[in-house]
Design a protein around this ligand. Structure first.
Ligand SMILES: NC(=O)c1ccc[n+]([C@@H]2O[C@H](COP(=O)([O-])OP(=O)(O)OC[C@H]3O[C@@H](n4cnc5c(N)ncnc54)[C@H](OP(=O)(O)O)[C@@H]3O)[C@@H](O)[C@H]2O)c1
Length: 266
């Protein structure tokens, strides 16, 4: 790999770029192509240079495709006009390798990666899927995304849908649940959002540390819940109201939506 070129450099690309820079990746080896003036301004502030389309022709350069699904076909056509057999990593949700390949020659190597936004803090989780004939690109993709978090290789492309619904969308579910904490804590902290933020950070880091210690989830609950105590009352109420089943329903809706998108862009 010589350089990486982000084709489409909005939210997720910038997230990854920040994580890579944090990991010591040389800025000069990160380039982008994007049409959005606001994104161009932000990238120039980070010291990231735009690429000329001719730079896509170097086969050793990795191209990371990160445009919205609706813009993907057009972007692939633009890329294939300058390089017919690129090394391409697609971050686009829902569009299968088979569909992406239609724009390129049979020698193109295409891998899918689904990163999470915490890549910006090197806390990302990236699912990677590639076909058997793309081993080298799969390896390079894994190496790249391991710099901004952990990455997992999927055995089947269809598993991308499960990963997207479970982990890709996952942070949003937790942000959503935290809204209830935010609201109650604001009352306790006299409306001081900064204090609330500090509490939520410690709260979540404490939970993370327990998991890092390898604690079993049921045991973790038992350690807090005492007989006839407050936690037991809270947990029982959550159980009585089928909160786990409802939460799972939300996740399944996201997985199903990911499958629908795959079918929309065949
Ligand atoms: N956001 C996430 O957390 C996340 C996580 C995993 C995967 N993804 C996937 O990543 C992809 C990008 O998501 P995003 O949230 O980063 O989108 P985004 O913020 O809209 O960024 C896409 C950028 O690409 C530009 N663009 C589109 N077509 C172009 C073209 N032909 N030539 C040059 N620039 C072009 C867009 O310009 P305009 O604004 O002018 O359209 C925009 O600046 C999506 O397919 C999404 O499924 C996102």
């Amino acid at each position: 790999m010589n350089q990486i070129i982000f084709y489409g450099c909005g939210n997720i690309s910038q997230t990854i770029i920040k994580g890579l820079i944090l990991d010591g990746f040389a800025k000069k080896n990160i380039l982008y192509i994007d049409r959005n003036p606001l994104n161009k301004k932000k990238l120039s502030q980070y010291g990231i240079k735009s690429a000329d389309k001719s730079e896509l022709t170097t086969t050793k350069n990795l191209i990371i495709l990160a445009v919205k699904p609706k813009d993907t076909l057009a972007a692939c056509k633009e890329i294939s006009a300058v390089i017919s057999a690129p090394q391409l990593i697609s971050l686009v949700a829902g569009i299968k390798i088979k569909s992406l390949k239609k724009s390129f020659s049979s020698k193109a190597s295409i891998v899918r990666a689904m990163p999470t936004s915490a890549s910006t803090y090197k806390k990302g989780i990236t699912a990677i899927y590639g076909e058997r004939n793309s081993e080298e690109l799969i390896l390079n993709t894994k190496k790249l995304f391991s710099r901004v978090g952990i990455s997992i290789l999927l055995q089947e492309e269809v598993e991308m849908n499960n990963f997207t619904g479970l982990i890709g969308s996952g942070p949003a579910y937790f942000f959503y649940l935290l809204k209830i904490y935010n609201e109650h804590l604001l009352n306790l902290c006299g409306g001081k959002q900064r204090d609330v933020d500090a509490i939520i950070v410690n709260f979540l880091e404490g939970i993370s540390s327990s998991i890092s210690d390898g604690i079993d989830l049921d045991m973790a609950i038992d350690l807090i819940a005492s007989k006839k105590g407050t936690t037991e009352a809270g947990i029982n109420s959550l159980k009585d109201n089928n909160v786990l089943q409802l939460f799972e329903k939300g996740i399944i809706s996201a997985i199903n939506r990911s499958k629908e998108i795959s079918n929309e862009y065949k």
